[in-house]
Design a protein around this ligand. Structure first.
Ligand code: ADP
Ligand code: MG
Ligand code: ZN
Length: 480
């Protein structure tokens, strides 16, 4: 049998970052009691008429432009008919032809060290469905329509991807781009960025595509990778044993690490698309387009380069670009303390983890960028040791206190004064006779323990290098 190669195409859904839903004024998102963010329109009451959210159109156009696609000045909404209990209209309002965006591409690293462009087929707007919630206790299914009518864009690629690695890289790059543009909040665990993976195998070099499986609704990069690798193995085994791959919709069970068939082609939907008569064509003017183009931030690669020139490490740059709002925070702090490396380290090691833990975003942190800059300044001026700064950080983050005032109030300034240091040394030596004996007997490794005790005694204010040198001197003096 000839060697086979995988062919992969993605359909990515991103929830648009709007305040309200696509066709009504109900809030889009914000987890609340079921069925509280609903109205006549998003619950499909007879006679209720949709009104298009202009902000959603702008965001869809922005995504299209940032991806190098063409925004269609004229596009249409269509009804895509399904029968699902959580779809009160009996149809999804989507776009078929023409969609808001056509073409564009996004590149991933190719095996040969170069880049490979993944072409985009289309970008269209559509509304999300509600949710079925199963109530195990009473064995019934309830319906929550808060999500019904929330705006999405769907980005459909050409079948240009050829491995799980490429697919994951594509998705991560796309995710960080859309988050940076504030097109989506992109919270994966909330399903705000999710995708369907289409995958088939074909003989190497052949231009005829094989029959595909479509894995639905993955909302983790890791699961995308696992699902693709599993599906490649499953389809290969089928071909090798002389079987055929059926066109199927699949579900990935991440606990078992397997895909499972949901429905086969025989049961495939006929959506009976037709133009949505309740909505006029979507028009985007040239003036509007120009405005959006001007609002686009510089491409990520340009920002990355300029950050690297400032001396930031690759990981730091990625961390700043991936977290919405982190870049703006960094730049604010940088204006006040122009030593990028030290600031970047504080962001990555202290600030971003603290944000993650407390679930806040950079803009609403009580510790503003000026405070982080002040902390960095205290460290670089040699007033605060690294240890003292790191110990102090949780309090600064929580209270938003001024680092200078706090250091003053707590007496945390780095101690260089010799007599204070000597006092601590005497205390450490007196308090640890056993360890001192061991040191004098040649176990010099114990020195780091004793230095640690000294640092603790000084609450991190002693200069570690000086402390170590002076302590060694004092111990050596004991020998003679
Ligand atoms: P549908 O909407 O019915 O799923 P589309 O033709 O719009 O079908 O294709 C959806 C996605 O599937 C696209 O990303 C496309 O690139 C990909 N795709 C189509 N055919 C194949 C194939 N044989 N193997 C892998 N991916 C495919
Ligand atoms: Mg599909
Ligand atoms: Zn509504």
């Amino acid at each position: 049998m000839s060697e086979m190669e995988p062919v992969i195409g993605l359909e990515v859904h991103a929830q648009l970052n709007t305040r309200t839903k696509l066709f009504c004024a109900c809030p889009a998102g914000g987890s609340v009691e079921p069925n509280t963010h609903i109205c006549e329109i998003c619950t499909g009451q007879p006679g209720a008429l949709p009104r298009l959210n202009g902000r959603a159109v702008e965001l869809a156009a922005k995504a299209t432009l940032a991806l190098g696609g063409q925004v269609n000045g004229y596009s249409l909404f269509a009804r895509k008919n399904y029968f699902y209990p959580d779809l009160p209209n009996g149809f999804q309002t989507s776009q078929l032809d023409p969609p808001i965006g056509t073409g564009g591409s996004l590149s991933v690293a190719a095996g040969d060290g170069g880049r490979k462009a993944i072409r985009l087929n289309r970008i269209h707007m559509e509304d999300d469905a509600g949710k079925c919630v199963h109530d195990e206790k009473r064995d019934r299914t309830l319906i929550d329509l808060n999500r019904a009518g929330v705006p999405l864009i769907e980005i459909v690629t050409e079948p240009d991807l050829s491995s799980s690695r490429e697919a994951m890289e594509f998705l991560k790059t796309l995710h960080s781009l859309l988050v940076r543009l504030e097109v989506t909040k992109g919270r994966l665990e909330e399903g705000e960025f999710r995708c369907d993976v289409n995958i088939s195998l074909k003989p190497k070099g052949s231009s005829v595509l094989g029959v595909r499986g479509e894995i639905k609704n993955l909302n983790s990069f890791k699961f995308v990778g696992q699902a693709i690798d599993y599906e490649i193995r499953r389809q290969s085994a089928l071909y090798e044993s002389g079987g055929r791959v059926e066109q199927q919709t699949l579900h990935f069970d991440h606990l078992k690490g397997e895909t499972r068939a949901l429905r086969s082609k025989e049961e495939a939907h006929d959506y009976r698309y037709f133009p949505q008569p309740d909505l006029p064509p979507v028009l985007v003017s040239r003036v509007k387009l120009r405005e959006i183009v001007q609002s686009l931030p510089p491409p990520a690669d340009t920002i990355k380069e300029s950050y690297k020139e400032l001396g930031l490490k690759e990981d730091t740059v990625t961390a700043l670009l991936d977290r919405p709002g982190a870049q703006a925070y960094f730049e604010e702090a940088f204006k006040r303390f122009p030593e990028a490396k030290r600031l970047g380290t504080l962001m990555v090691e202290l600030f971003l983890p603290a944000l993650r833990q407390s679930g806040t975003d950079p803009q609403s942190a009580v510790m503003g960028p000026a405070k982080l800059a002040a902390l960095a300044r205290l460290m670089s001026d040699g007033v605060l040791t690294k240890k003292a700064a790191y110990d102090l950080f949780p309090e600064l983050f929580e209270t938003g206190a001024d680092p200078r005032q706090l250091v003053e109030a707590r007496g945390l300034s780095r101690v260089r004064d010799e007599s204070t240091l000597q006092g601590w040394i005497m205390e450490v030596i007196a308090g640890h006779p056993e360890e001192v004996k061991k040191y004098l007997a040649g176990q010099t490794k114990i020195l780091s323990f004793l230095v640690g005790q000294l640092m603790r005694l000084s609450r991190g204010t002693a200069d570690p290098q000086k402390a170590s040198a002076s302590l060694t001197q004092a111990l050596e003096d004991l020998r003679s």
